[in-house]
Design a protein around this ligand. Sequence first.
Ligand code: NAP
Length: 518
Amino acid sequence: MICIPIISATKKEALRAIERSCLVADFIELRIDLIGNGNLEELISAARQISRSIKIIVTCRRKEEASSNGGKARIKHTKTKKMDLFKEAIKLGADFIDIELAVGRAEISKLKSFCEKNGGNTKIIISYHDVGKTPTLTKLKEIFNQCAGEKPAIVKIVTYAQSAEDNLKVLSLIPYACKRSQKIIALCMGDEGRVSRIVAPSLGSYLSFATLEPQGQSAPGQLTVSEMKLIDKLLKKVNTSPATNIVPTDTPQNYILLGNPVKQSLSPFMHNAALKEMGIAESYSAFCVQNLGDAVRGMRGMNIRGASVTIPFKVAVMEHLDDIDNDALKIGAVNTIVNESGRLTGHNTDWLGLIHTIKEALTIRDKTFVIIGAGGTAQAAVYGIIKEGGFPIIVNRTAEKGKILSVRFGCPFYPPSEIGKIKADGLINTTPVGMYPHKDESPIATAALKGYKYVMDVIYNPLKTKLLREAQEQGCQIISGLDMFVHQGAQQILLWTGKEPPYELMQKVVLERLTNIE
Ligand code: NAP
């Protein structure tokens, strides 16, 4: 079971983190010593609204036991305030409160009886953290026995690993606790301790902590949820079928997003909602990739069924694949990979999404479109418009890139300074200009929008960019990038599963996320 600590510095950020965490984790831990202006009632009720099954731990860590990782400023609560917060958590129905052993027997026993008076639904975790070292095994057993002596639901012992051997000491507490029928969470922090986070769950540690993003650690050495889930899957595979340890199975599983950065991506929300609705047990996780070759090798090794590819790898990924589909080859970019028994084929669904979206508004044949930009999306747009019998005209900041594209596809190129000279039916922005958080930017001046019947922006965050707002004021019919995004994603699912994806649901999920962000 995976627990994501919520450590955001403001309530707003915490609510956002809760929303995301509740969709991917089994537990969240509300670190009320870190969440600025955190209102416990609001945080707990937000989590319950998103997921009825999520388990909530409320923690208020002492300075001495809080790792300084991430440079988060701690909120100094007095001892009385801390006890009041725990009582409030109990009244609000938190599933667990995590109290340090160091708080003392008297306070622990007061909180235990408060729990019982309030129906006994909140369980107690008694914890011990050493943020600088790992004590000897004898000392660790002594600490465990003291914690267990308070008869909590769970004992938690976390230390800092200075060497690989430290992991062995802490991990050995797990069978020690199990023999005494005591549930335990035991692991080591720090880079040396990472291995304990991987091994502890399979030895019987009650849960493991993970982050949504690599930079969101509440303690050093924490892995991301996606990494933990992959490891779990691998370990399970190894346990159930030793033969699959080395050779991939014939049925690849799971879906991933390869990009850098990926934290802004809405694809995990959209794809996971779709897979769930389709009754597919596999999941979709985002990977922030440093080394593309390694990531693709990992995809083969772990037999991942499909991947989305995003900025900046849409072109670079092609050399790592076995086959490229005809459309993707002509466009010169891949945004989707399908793994057929170890053979990786690249596809491009961006152009399908874009063309589908335009065709909902107008017929492309014989119409002229100004394409602003000359990157991956511009290539997909130019390709799709030509394929549909339309005429693209390229306008790009870097003349050299624009000209290369115009020669490749046999269409005109203009520098941005000459955009006013062009007569066309539609204009499509394929640059990131105007994308959140730069909502007040537009790739062209308002005056240059006169004369276009249709204006499309491939950006979908915000839903109505400055370009679209101004185009609407000029009387143009506007087309947002939302449908393109959903459609390219739906096409990915179709390629991976061969089944029709729930388009409306995917659109609803993305729209909800965007409305929340806005
Ligand atoms: P890309 O390959 O990096 O190309 C970006 C293009 O935008 C380049 O031609 C670049 O011009 C131009 N550009 C960048 N910053 C600019 C600026 N400040 N002023 C003028 N031109 C600028 O990126 P991409 O993969 O095509 O993605 C572009 C956008 O499309 C992103 O915002 C992405 O999120 C969006 N997108 C949306 C969907 C969807 O489903 N709705 C799908 C794919 C992409 P230079 O050549 O001068 O550098």
